[in-house]
Write a new protein. Sequence first.
Length: 36
Amino acid sequence: MESPEGKKMLDFRKSLPAFREKERLLQAIARNQVCP
């Protein structure tokens, strides 16, 4: 069960450019990996 305060903090982190950049980087890495 997530507290409203915790959700607010998560929403705040998601809004940070660094968070979005990290997500984009992880997706790029995943695409570049060779999948069986």
